[in-house]
Design a protein around this ligand. Structure first.
Ligand code: HEC
Length: 148
């Protein structure tokens, strides 16, 4: 009985660890089996997410100081096609619809004027959080800092 409990606790903490880093264990597995031609330190999607974060931080700063917004770069839409750490997890779930939703909100923000820009921006950040609640809890506190 006790041993079973320990395993459950262990399992849960390993899962939490994996989630907070978005599955580093799986990345190691990939590297070891040498099936992947490249050995990623970080998946394409994870690297792209860091760019998306920096872009949002730029928009936040521009919104706060009333400056024109940096146009939505074309590369953002690559979140739909970039290789992820766990592609199987993303394949059949909410990832794709949420990614489309996110991209649509950025377009709305780009078209919006006045206070509507800020509203559209905050809505887009909520979509980051919605997607992360499902797939990747770790960065949520960091994403929340992008809210205005
Ligand atoms: C449609 C879903 C979705 C949206 C929208 C989304 N993310 Fe992500 N994000 C993910 C997934 C899935 C990963 C894990 C990627 C991987 O490990 O391959 C991730 C990873 C990350 C990471 C961690 C990268 C790493 O080093 O492991 C950060 C930071 C991040 N996202 C920030 C953001 C920010 C900021 C936004 C919005 C401005 C955002 N994300 C929008 C799904 C999403």
């Amino acid at each position: 009985m006790h041993i079973k409990k320990i395993f459950i606790v262990l399992g849960v903490s390993i899962c939490a660890y994996g989630l907070s880093y978005c599955n580093p264990a799986k990345q190691e597995e990939k590297a070891e089996t040498k099936e992947a031609p490249q050995m990623y330190q970080q998946s394409e999607l994870a690297a792209l997410m860091h760019e998306v974060h920096d872009l949002s931080a730029e928009w936040k700063q521009q919104l706060e100081s009333g400056e024109p917004l940096t146009p939505v770069p074309d590369w953002v839409s690559q979140i739909l096609s970039a290789d992820a750490t766990s592609p199987d997890e993303l394949a059949n779930g909410a990832f794709e619809p949420l990614a489309h939703e996110y991209l649509r909100q950025l377009e709305e923000m780009a078209k919006a004027e006045g206070d509507d820009r800020l509203k559209a921006y905050n809505t887009s950040i909520q979509t980051c959080i919605s997607c992360h609640k499902i797939y990747c809890n770790g960065p949520i506190p960091k994403i929340k800092k992008l809210e205005i």
